[in-house]
Design a protein around this ligand. Sequence first.
Ligand SMILES: [Zn+2]
Length: 227
Amino acid sequence: MLWAIVNHKKVEPKPNSYGKCPLCSGRVLSKCGEVNVWHWAHFKAENCDSWYEPESYWHLRWKMTFGKEHSEIVIKKEEKWHIADILTENDVIIELQNSPIQQNIIRKREEFYGERMIWVINGIHFKHNFYIKELDNYNFNWKFKHDETEDHKGRKQFIWDYPRKSWSKAMRPVFIDFGDDTLFWVKEGMGTKHGIGLFVPKADFIKKYGGNYDYYSEQMSKGVRPT
Ligand SMILES: [Zn+2]
């Protein structure tokens, strides 16, 4: 986690400091190394939230865009507790996913958070297997990789080599972050070899959900790490 509770406040990690986990109230210790993003970790090796994913600079950038008051929010439902990555001012949960994830975990997270939930997943790991072209172009010339697609307007077809199949049953909207200034919203065929989607400018997405696009774009312009 990026924030722990210290004196009833959400606090960033500093070297050699302690805090409390917002979920289980267990003691957490700051991890401030040179390689990984600074974060807090439980004393015990196990994380109390089974859906925990190691923090990355990618997580940090997205969470900071929505601010710590909207990030890492404890959600309670039917005697279960989980930490949502982002809870927007309009009560939409944005779940961030950087690494591969099992299908049953996707389903559990979607069921727990309900219909007002969307996924943003880091596509930087598979962008070179992901091809996009115009929907109405029937010559089947798949020369455009994501990077080279010039026109971001309208619906696109995609081909995904070695798709992350665990996503094929996802029920909530999935937006893929390929590391540029758009998100690719998969409308059909998530987690499969063929499908349809469209580009959404990150500026629009972030503003729609109450985030701070100026912060986000400033971070991107610094050339920060993609993962
Ligand atoms: Zn905990």
